[in-house]
Design a protein around this ligand. Structure first.
Ligand SMILES: [Zn+2]
Ligand SMILES: [Zn+2]
Ligand SMILES: [Zn+2]
Length: 330
């Protein structure tokens, strides 16, 4: 027979472990440090750095209250010390100060991060204990107790490892996780590792200004649409090019509003009256990436082998075209 003390101890251990490493069920029931302290933490979107100053301190305190760790007095003193002078003593303030210009302090860095975190075009992924956030200037990894912060212009990234996980319930493809080492030329920034699903690799690369080298020669299983986009681009690059009349001004692509339109559809695949393709008379309105995404979106998702040989309608006038008809403007 088990004694009540053993049962209680076991139950308590389970509770403590779930509190420190919350599984999804516990998370969705709201039993995490983040949700219990929500009112004090404030909003991550409104002030990212201030939120994580409080979150890391609160997490350390809450975990130390569990007898598993047994240091509540020490951590309370530490938390009090950290919070003095507007959090000046917190390790995160020191992490940020490394990036500050001589005449400004860590708060200037914090406000840059806060502003960029609020933008919707940031890259964000990962489980709550190992989140990765990439903004225009910053690469940030959020862990349970701390934040790693590096500046995009200082870093080089290397794929160091990949792990294949077999079928997950919500997908029928094996999942590949990549480990990427982020190293900074700033001697005060320690290198750190980020992990992400290989299907997010294309999106990460788009957000980064530095290239990612592949030390481990890992074959990266990108998402189907990323792979298609690469193939589409390389095929279009060997097509005939088109030069616009010098009087014609090119406008930003109406798909992304980021790049200048650089695609003109010209029926080159066959003679004018032959085949299924038609001549499009639209002025250039799209960029290569958006045209590739449009082309992919009009395909039979179950039969990727037919994608390269099919015709799709021009997004504006609906005239049919194929890959051979996509001309880059030079
Ligand atoms: Zn575009
Ligand atoms: Zn058209
Ligand atoms: Zn054609």
């Amino acid at each position: 027979m088990e004694s009540p003390a053993v049962t209680f101890t076991l139950a308590y251990l389970v509770f403590a472990v779930c509190f420190v490493f919350p599984p999804d069920e516990v998370r969705s029931a709201g039993l995490t440090v983040q949700s219990l302290l929500a009112a004090w933490l404030g909003s991550e979107d409104a002030a990212f750095v201030q939120y994580h100053l409080r979150r890391s301190t609160g997490t350390l305190l809450a975990h130390s209250l569990l007898p598993l760790v047994l240091f509540p007095a020490v951590t309370s003193a530490l938390a009090y010390y950290w919070s003095r002078k507007g959090w000046n003593n917190h390790p995160l303030a020191r992490t940020l100060a490394v990036h500050a210009l001589p005449q400004s302090g860590w708060r200037a860095v914090a406000s840059s991060i806060n502003t960029e975190f609020r933008r919707i075009d940031k890259f964000a992924t990962g489980a709550p204990g190992a989140r990765v956030i990439v903004t225009d200037t910053w690469v940030i990894k959020v862990t349970t107790y701390c934040l790693h912060v590096a500046q995009q212009q200082d870093i080089h990234l290397t794929v160091t490892d990949s792990r294949q996980h077999e079928l997950t319930p919500d997908s029928n493809m094996p999942v590949q996780f990549l480990t990427i080492r982020v190293a900074s030329i700033n001697p005060y920034v320690k290198a750190f590792d980020i992990r992400l699903n290989s299907t997010e690799y294309g999106e990460l690369r788009e957000k980064l200004r530095a290239p990612i080298s592949n030390a481990a020669n890992v074959v990266i299983h990108q998402s189907l649409s990323d792979l298609f986009l690469e193939t589409f681009t390389s095929l279009v690059e060997i097509n005939q090019t088109y030069s616009v009349p010098s009087t014609q001004e090119l406008e930003p692509c109406i798909g992304c509003m980021q790049t200048i339109a650089n695609i003109k559809l010209i029926k080159n695949c066959q003679e004018p009256n032959e085949g299924e393709c038609q001549q499009c008379y639209c002025r250039p309105m799209w960029c290569l990436t958006c045209m590739g995404k449009w082309f992919a979106s009009r395909q039979d998702q179950q039969h990727p082998e037919t994608w390269l040989s099919s015709q799709v309608p021009c997004p504006t006038c609906r005239a049919k075209f194929c890959i051979l008809d996509v001309c880059i403007i030079r």
